[in-house]
Design a binder for this molecule. Sequence first.
Ligand code: AMP
Length: 555
Amino acid sequence: MEFVEFAATAAAIDEEPADLEIQSLVADALRDSGTDLATLVRFLLGRVFPAHDSRTLDIGPRLCYEAIARAAGQNVSADDVETRLAETGEIGAVAASYDFGGQQGLAAFGNGGQEALTVAAVETRLRELAAVDGAGSQETKLDILFGLFNRCSDDEARYLARLVLEEMRIGVGGGSVRDAIAEAFDVPVDSVERALQLSNDYGLVAETARSEGEDGLDAIQLEIGRPVQAMLAQTGTVSGALEDWENVGVEIKYDGARVQVHYDGERVALYSRNMEEVTEPLPEIVATVEQRVDVPVILDGEVVAVDDAGDPLPFQQVLRRFRRKHDVAKAQENVSLRLHAFDCLHADGEDLLDAPLVERHDRLASVFDGENSREVSRLWLCEDAETIEDIETDALADGHEGIMLKQPDAPYTPGKRGQNWRKRKPDVETLDLVVTGAEWGEGRRASVLGTFELSVRTGEEYETIGKVATGITDEKLQEVTDLLEPHITAESGTEVAIDPAVVFEVGYEEIQSSPTYSSGYALRFPRFLSIRTDKAPADADSLARVERLVETGGD
Ligand code: AMP
């Protein structure tokens, strides 16, 4: 396929506003593409390499301007190109505005002795460009790019410039290519979708759809060394998860960076959430996998930075390590990294995407030395809110970000932000409430107060709104008890009445109308956050504010 045909297709798509029409233009182009199918698909999406491929062109804007300037003739400089860009705002239009034919020298005679650019030739040259490395690489890249622009017509230059700067923007997204592949080769969209999720390679999927149809697509498997899109989470609540699922898988939400581990039995490769290879900057994770894993695997997890005591550090520290290409050993001295694997997508020759979470987690544990291995993120199966909130309290106390709620039977769905993984929503609002009663704990906690009655202010009076028992560490319970004991006014059994004196900051998931408490409202899943030592009961939140929160869902 000649590059000029590609440019004409891109131009037609660029001018077409309707999505369905775009899809059929893409489908036509795919059908007519011959041996260039895979390349054409990638070019239409504005890329030279598949998403899973970590190679990049790494062409900065300035290099592109210089190549255009050189191809445009002696009187044009990179600064001129930049000035035109400032006027038009779009590099394709700038590239198309120059007449590159002038440099062809022999252009006046027939086709100038230059063969027409083909899609395959452009791809080959760009791949060569991506491979250029070391001293003088910028000059070599400039030569290659100049050589391409020098052979371009207006439209070819327009789309070449956009392609190399990764600004194709002709309205073709992943969804339209997916649908176009299905239309062009008469295969089900679902099969195309699944194959794309597993391979992250539109070119491969288009070729497979054309040559092997639905069966071929369905046979596409995970491949060690080819990253998969990460499964994503939505925000959710504990109450929602308990309502929706029979039991709730709970994990710590680590505050680090996502990593996908690929190990083929010999080599470990690590990929970031964006599927960029990050093996080199993370040698200690490579070493961990090499030492601890014996079978080929694909794992999903989080890398966290820890200090000397093993306590988590803010995630920015991890990101800094991810980006580090040089002096990795030095960086390791300052921040060490730890792997918390929470999923297993492939183990020992078997793809596990369709297996339920609990099964994948069992495989994960067996890949390491069992559930208690430091590298394995623990999965609790919970049936009630209290257990979940206790896990959350401990997680927060240990310096983690919070908890994840996972549907135990769900498969692994790459790239999907579905309902099966939920990150517990942080409290949007908190209330400052007065403690007006409490209950002594049981057993080990018999000497401290455990459950606290909370009240809102109504003028001079206080009306109850709920009880809080979760979110308080043992240490904190002692402190709270010491604070409250002097204000106890009456005791009956384990229950005590307390004079308004101490204010708690409390988080919650929702406020509901309720006859149980004298305020007429109840907090759903209240959680102790802190003691407001700076506030007196008279400064606590009022019933009026609670009413406003109920009406508006916020302040
Ligand atoms: P967010 O980035 O806020 O959308 O939260 C989702 C991210 O939390 C995931 O992409 C992971 O990088 C991270 N994460 C931390 N711990 C876990 C876990 N146990 N399970 C899943 N994701 C986790």
